[in-house]
Design a protein around this ligand. Structure first.
Ligand SMILES: Nc1ncnc2c1ncn2[C@@H]1O[C@H](COP(=O)(O)OP(=O)(O)OP(=O)(O)O)[C@@H](O)[C@H]1O
Ligand SMILES: [Mg+2]
Length: 242
């Protein structure tokens, strides 16, 4: 579904992605972990071209996504991206936030977009909050609306960049549960997260990054029981001591 092949990226002189070659299979859940500044966000942001790369290729569903011929706006609106900050439109209700892209970008009729948005809000447990504005919702509820909004464009893959890091602890579980449901339904997902229990339960593969490179790629069982790379071992023992 997603293939990174010898991907390199620099920010000026800084080599932010170093020869990344990796693959996400259809329906797989990949958890990307690693220390701060290791390139996790940079890596997943290349998948919907929020970041350009200097060499290598990235294919999504066999399409070269850094090809100059790509229609960027159309492409981007179809790849689901959920950020740490939910970025809902404050002046729109939950329902209208979810309807916006289908109506504006995909030219769906309002009634079609609305009925789909309602079923997505139901899927994230928020049908009863359809008319609420973002400021009337908790952080966890806003993040679940953001997930519904991303799903509204029928994305082939969902990318998550620390979706629970900005939440109060009591709201983390409700967002992870929605993500678990998506995984169970067969969604292809790449998740940057420090939630190692989520990785253990849900991930098919774990990628450990450091200094712009994927140093280890393993099943969660192997990664947590016997990390091979010394820096992966150090990272896990740091996490555990916190
Ligand atoms: N726009 C930018 N310009 C210059 N350097 C950048 C830019 N964005 C990121 N970097 C650098 O690239 C490196 C990787 O950053 P990135 O945000 O991908 O790390 P990360 O693994 O997501 O970290 P964190 O866990 O803190 O979110 C860091 O050293 C960062 O300072
Ligand atoms: Mg990051």
């Amino acid at each position: 579904m997603i293939q990174f092949s010898k991907v390199n990226k620099w920010y000026g002189d800084y080599h932010a992605l170093v020869d990344v070659t990796a693959e996400v299979g259809r329906g797989q859940v990949v958890v990307v972990c690693g220390p701060s500044g290791s390139g996790k966000s940079t890596l997943i942001r290349t998948v919907n071209r929020l970041e350009e790369i200097q060499n290598g290729t990235i294919r999504l569903d066999n399409q070269d996504i850094h090809s100059p011929a790509l229609n960027l706006n159309k492409f981007r609106s179809h790849v689901g991206f959920v950020f740490q900050q939910f970025n809902l439109f404050p002046h729109l209700s939950a329902l209208d936030n979810v309807c916006l892209a289908p109506v504006k970008v995909a030219a769906k009729s309002k009634s079609e977009a609305k009925s789909k948005a309602m079923s997505l809000l139901e899927r994230v447990g928020l049908a009863h909050k359809a008319g609420a504005y973002p400021q009337q919702l908790s952080g966890g509820q806003q993040q679940r609306v953001a997930i519904a909004r991303a799903l509204a464009m029928d994305p082939p893959v969902m990318l998550f960049d620390e979706p629970t890091s900005a939440l109060d602890p009591e709201m983390v579980g409700e967002v992870l549960n929605v993500m678990k449901g998506l995984a169970r339904d067969g969604m292809t997902m790449v998740c940057v997260t420090h939630e190692m229990n989520f990785a253990r339960e849900v991930a098919d593969r774990v990628w450990f990054m450091d200094k712009g490179a994927i140093l280890e790629e393993a099943s969660p069982v192997d990664f947590f029981a016997s990390p091979q790379h010394p820096r992966a071992r150090a990272f896990l023992s740091d996490l555990r001591s916190h």
